[in-house]
Every structure is written in C-alpha cells, then in structure tokens.
Design a protein around this ligand. Structure first.
Ligand code: IVH
Length: 714
C-alpha cells in the first residue's frame, strides 16, 4: 500500500488531478487489487476489514482516475462490477412456491407427538398405515434449481423464503448439479436440496489458505455459503461444493405419488440423493433410524444436525398443508445440543421491545460446536437464583442449533474465592432509571417477567421497536440494521427516533444529507445513496409486513398475516384497531371470530392503539407509505370472503383440516355463528350453533355436501 514516489510521498495521497500517467497506471493497479481483496473478505468471510466509507473512497478514487485517463482503464476494473456491489450483488428471483423451513423436535416424545398430531388431523386410527421417511438433515444451505424441458434455467438461494438470489452461474460449476436432466423429467420441475462441503474438503481448503498465509474459515457450512455466493463463478468452481436433492417446488406433472418416489425420480434425473434416507411405518422404527444415524454422525463425510421426517404419501402432505412457515407433514429431529465450559465474566441487563428485562451472561469466548459463544441468556432473576451462579464462576454453556446459548449450571469446585453474587437491579438501566415492575399474570400471581415501566419514554424500548421495525421479516431495509439504528437513534444531526423518521431521513436533510452522513463514521457517498435507495424501495410495503413491523405484543408474523387477510387494506385494519381500542364490542367480536385470534391479541392491539403516542407514530408512518392490499388466498372460489362455521362431529376430516380447507378456498373459519356467518357445516350432534344458524336463516349443509361443493371426493 505504501507505493513511494520520489521517496517522499505515497501515491495514494496524491490528488487525482495531480497524477501523471505512470502514477495513474500504478494507482489503478493498486486500487484494483485492494478493492478485489476487500470484496473477497466481504463475500467469502463476511468479515470486511475496512469501513463502508473507506471502501467507498477507494472505489470513488478509482472512478475519478479512470475518468481522467479513460485509456488506462484496466480489463479487471472494479467499476465494471459496480452493479454487483454488496447490496445488489445478485439479481433477486421470486420463488414460484415459497421455500419453507422446518419445525423442530428435540426429544423422542416430540416425535411421538408429531406423528399423533398427523393421525388426528387426517383422522387416521392407530392401526391405519402411515408411512414416514427419515433422512439426515444436512448442515448446508438450500438451493432451488429450476429445469425447463430438462435444461437448468436458474438456481436460486432460499433468501427470505419468498425471494432468493440468482446464483445460476455459480451453481453450474457444481458437479452434483446436472446442467441437463437425464431420463424423462416433467416439462417444468424445480428440484430443491442442500449445497454442502465435506469435512475433508473443508480441512484441505483451510490448509491451503493457511499455507498461502490467508484467513482460515470457521466451519464447512459457512464456507459453503460463502463459496456459493461468490461474484466470480471461477472462484466457486475452485471450491469443492456438493449437492443432495431432497425436495421440490413447482412441478408441471409430479413423477411420483410418494416422497420416496420423488427422491428416486431425482436420482434417475442424475442427482445425488442421501443413501441414509428410508421409509418406515411406526414411530419406534423412525426413532431407531434416528439413533442409528446419530451413531454414524461422526463417520459421515459431511456435517449433519439432525434427522428430517416427512409423511411419505403426497396426498396426505397436500391435505396436511402448512402452519405459518413450516409444513405440518415434516419435522426436523435435532441432535442434542453441544456443551462447553467457560468463565462467567459479568451479567448485563437487556431491555427488550416490550420492556421485558433479560439478564445476559457475558462469557469468556468459547467454541461450542464450531461456533464462538460470548453471550448466553439467563432468562430472569429466578433462573439466576436457581442456577446459583456468581460472577467469576466456571459455567457450562449449551448451544442447540440457532437457539440462543443457555447456561446449564456452574462447577462448584472451580468457584474462585473472589466470586461475586449478583443482585438484580430495581431500576431500568436507561437514563430515566424507571422502576422495574413485575407484572401479574392472568391468574393474578406475580409473573417471572420484569418490565421497565417506561414504555415509550424508555429509550431502550424505542430503540428495540425500531430494530424490530427494520428487521428481516418486517421492513427489511438493506443497510439499516441493529447497528445503524443504534447510531442513528443517538445522532444529533439526523436522528431516527420513530419509524416515520426513516422515511423522512433524506428530505429532512435536503441536499446536505449525503455530506452529513459522509462525515459520520461508516458512511461514504456511495453507501449513503445506497441506504436512501433501499429506504425508497420499501416505501411500498405489503399490509402483513406493515402490521407485523409495528411490534404489537402477541402479533407475530402468522397473526399479522391473518389480520391482513381478514381486513384486506390498511385503512380497514386501522379503523378496526381504533374501534377495538375505543371499546367497540361488535368490532371486537368480529376480530375474535378470526382464526387463532383471541383475547390476548385483541387486548394488545387495543392497548397499542389506545396509547396516543402510538396513534401518532402510526399515522405519521402511514402517511409516508403506500401499503399494499393483502393477497386473498384463493380469490375465485365460490367460498372467497365467506365466513363458515363447522359444528357438530365431523366424520371425514378433523376440525383442523376443515378450517384449513376453508382457508385455502379463501374463506374464514369462525368459531361462533353470527349475522356475519355465510354457511354452517353441521355434523351429527350439532346443538346451539345449528339452532342459532336456523334462527338467523343461514344456509346449513352436511359434511358430504361440503365435500361435493369443494370438489374433493375422498
Ligand atoms: S426438507 C418444506 N430435508 O433444513 C421442507 N430440509 O430447517 C423443505 N435441510 O431450509 C425442507 N437437510 O435447508 C429438508 N433432508 C432435508 C434437509 C433439509 C437440510 C435444511 C433446508 C431447510 C432447513 C429447514
């Protein structure tokens, strides 16, 4: 970096206007190498060694020199790669069918419950045949490969499940991914599976890195992810990546009617499939296979973190459908968590979005199952008491998958003489030092949860609200994450203290915005403009994300989606929320009739909209946005928008399945009959609901008629 000219000054310090041609050539060479190195660090290790501002400055200087000496522009010039800079590296592709995640089971009993739930849902007796597959859960990253007429047309990462990144060029370099399918595949088929790196290839790669004096990688999974997301496909080509096929997205004509049959078809098309996959017809046989795979785990060539079970019969899968983001017909049985010992250095207090106070253990960094752990949750004061830990103790930490690490206990023999007991604070650590209160739970007893009573006056809670607001499943603004919220929140010149502030950021600062941001650590002109662009890109937002982003207590993603679908438009939702807040009982009842929405949700929606500060906040925010109307699940069925009540005993389907069917047809399944009910499906033994329906003159049909109308024969 210290190219000296004339022995007195470094080249990088010479203003562009003063460079001569020889100096410019040398500078362009240096910049190309340096920028390429920063890109490599950023993309391969997720570990940039310079701030965005410094990085931007390098690129700007490079462009300025090229503008002055166009003939000196290099073939590998970084400006050729501007469109693929960090934020918009790969083009985005929307998945024809979302890529979902799996629910987890942690014990044999969880698996028994899973199978029992499925039997109940499908109304299968204990003796009816129910086949379930079991296969290793590969610790890699999932990829969706779309083939049209047997040719690979694109490869897309999972992304947020709805939209992923187009990494086709990179996927084509992987031997296990055929460019052309063998045999006779359907016209359109999206094959999904896991990209991974073997333990041996990972060790070899790290050895090469070390010999070359380069940074080594943490684990095979992260390396595989970094390798697949390379800008330059020739780098991916040098990485020994592999692929197992185990699932699918859009398919024009299914080649089989079982999970096992589908995987066999993938094999015939030329994919690798996992040899440890098999099909079983009892829970005990599934568990036996799980324990078998668990013993084989260490000897396998690749990392796995559990076993995935899937209902084999695809018509059962279809009926079972999904809950939120995971299929009801599959579950991941995770291997037990890994443990390690380390020192408890301190206990800090964290204030959450709802004011909940959580003690967090600060640990001497320790590697647990391949990941460095420095913090662990201690849940609440009772937990600290139960564990009996003191500051300075040697503690046992456990990490299971993506769950926050936990402390299991301490080692008494190792307690140092100067170990200090911990006293739970009575005041919030925020400037206001508000009282920490223990709230009563429903039965009136004191709850273990302590909250800061400061609500919106507590800066911690406001900050947490903002962090939630910009989080991935909410507004998901690229370049505006937790770290940036922390900085903007306390910024004197250009603060973000409410969600609306995000959208007024640029206009509040007029022409000076870029300059001011530039002066702040971490921002250069390019990155500031990128941030403004990212914010503009989110000015239009789907209704369900908007509702979820508000961070109303008990309103998670699934609930936000239900509310969005029920009310359709922001205006309708807001009106209902305000009416509920003002004590309107009709609106409350209407909300209560929605699937999975009960008193807890309604009370917190009411509480949220009762608070004047929140009303102002929401109003200011909505004024900045275009809120898209919610998608109705199936717009054109005879049942769209209808409210249906199922009552009495149903014989051909469970109550859950009935509700699920109704929802898929675009209807709402309600729990009680009112003037708003459109149809009642009554089975034997129906009582008061049937009576009320008759009184109100609502159409009543039986289960067979329901099946006739919905077009499902069996
Ligand atoms: S099935 C609709 N099978 O686990 C369900 N997933 O936690 C589709 N994974 O995103 C997933 N091995 O990346 C399935 N044998 C396997 C798997 C597997 C690893 C990953 C996959 C998925 C995640 C869900």
């Amino acid at each position: 970096m210290n190219d000296r000219v004339g022995g007195s000054r470094t080249l990088s310090g010479i203003p562009v206007e003063q460079l001569n041609e020889a100096e410019a050539t040398a500078e362009l060479e240096r910049l190309a190498a340096e920028i390429a190195e920063h890109d490599r660090r950023y993309y391969e290790h997720d570990a940039p060694s310079v701030s965005d501002a410094e990085y931007d400055a390098l690129r700007l200087r490079n462009s300025a020199i090229e503008a002055r000496f166009p003939n000196l522009k290099r073939a590998d010039s970084p400006t050729e790669r501007v469109g693929t800079a960090p934020s918009g590296k790969f083009s985005k592709v929307r998945h024809a069918i979302p890529m979902l995640s799996l629910d987890n089971a942690f014990s044999d009993d969880d698996v028994r419950d899973f199978v029992a739930r499925i039997r109940r849902f499908l109304r299968l007796g204990d003796d009816a045949l129910l086949r379930i597959t079991a296969e290793p859960k590969i610790d890699g990253l999932s990829l969706s490969l779309r083939y049209e007429n047997g040719e690979l047309v694109h490869a897309v990462t999972r992304g947020d499940g709805t939209t992923g990144e187009n990494v086709t060029a990179n996927a084509k370099t992987i031997d296990d991914i055929p460019a052309r399918l063998k045999g006779s595949p359907p016209d359109v088929i999206e094959v999904r599976g896991e990209v991974y790196m073997t333990k041996e290839d990972f060790a070899d790669l790290n050895e090469r890195q070390e010999t070359a004096g380069k940074q080594t990688y943490v684990n095979p999974r992260n390396t595989a992810a970094g390798s697949l997301r390379q800008l330059d496909a020739s780098v991916t080509a040098e990485r020994p990546l592999k692929f197992f096929a185990y699932a699918w997205g859009e398919v024009s004509q299914l080649p089989a009617d079982t999970q096992m049959g589908m995987v066999e078809a993938f094999k015939a098309y030329g994919f690798q499939t996992n040899p440890l996959m098999d099909v079983f017809d009892s829970v005990e046989a599934l568990l036996k296979h799980y324990h078998h795979i668990e013993t084989e785990r260490g000897a396998l060539a690749y990392d796995i973190d559990g076993v995935v079970y899937k209902v084999d019969d695809l018509s059962y899968q279809e009926r079972l459908g999904f809950v939120s983001r995971s299929p009801r017909w599959a579950i991941a049985h995770k291997f037990p968590a890994e443990k390690a010992m380390t020192t408890l250095k301190a206990i800090d207090i964290q204030v959450g979005r709802t004011g909940a106070i959580t003690p967090v253990a600060r640990l001497e960094p320790v590697t647990v199952g391949g990941v460095v752990v420095e913090n662990a949750t201690l849940h609440n004061a009772e937990e600290i008491e139960r564990l009996g830990v003191m500051i300075g103790d040697t503690v046992i930490v456990q990490r299971a998958g993506d769950v926050i690490p936990q402390i299991l206990g301490f080692v008494p023999e190792k307690r140092p003489v100067d170990a200090e007991p911990y006293t739970f604070p009575a005041k919030c650590p925020c400037d206001l030092a508000t009282d920490i209160v223990r709230e009563a739970n429903i039965s009136g007893a004191e709850s273990v949860v302590r909250r800061c009573s400061g609500e919106f006056a507590c800066p911690y809670q406001r900050k947490e609200h903002l962090k939630h607001f910009v989080s991935r499943r909410a507004f998901d603004i690229e370049g505006l994450g937790e770290k940036q919220i922390e900085a903007f929140f306390d910024d004197a010149m250009l603060p973000i203290r409410t969600p609306a502030d995000i959208f007024t950021l640029q206009k509040r600062d007029d022409a000076n915005a870029l300059q001011k941001l530039k002066n702040r650590e971490g921002y250069g002109e390019v990155s500031a403009q990128k941030l403004f662009d990212a914010i503009e890109g989110r000015r239009t937002i789907p209704l369900e994300r908007m509702i979820y982003a508000l961070g109303i207590r008990h309103v998670g993603e699934a609930t936000a989606k239900t509310l969005a679908r029920a009310y359709g438009a922001w205006g309708a939702f807001e009106a209902a929320a305000l009416q509920v807040a003002d004590g309107d009982t009709d609106t409350r009842e209407e909300m209560d009739a929605l699937e999975d929405i009960g008193a807890a949700v309604i009370d917190s929606v009411a509480a949220y909209f009762t608070e004047p500060h929140n009303r102002d906040l929401v109003e200011a925010l909505a004024a900045e946005l275009t809120i898209e109307e919610a998608e109705r699940p199936a717009a054109d069925t005879a049942f769209s928008g209808k409210t249906i009540v199922f009552t009495g005993s149903l014989e051909r389907m469970s109550r859950d399945e009935a509700k699920e069917m109704a929802e898929r047809l675009g209807a709402k399944a309600a729990g009680s009959v009112s003037k708003k009910t459109d149809l009642v499906v009554a089975g034997p033994g129906a009582g008061s609901k049937l009576k009320k329906a008759t009184e109100l003159g609502i159409e009543v049909i039986d289960e067979d008629e329901w099946f006739r109308r919905t077009g499902r024969s069996s």
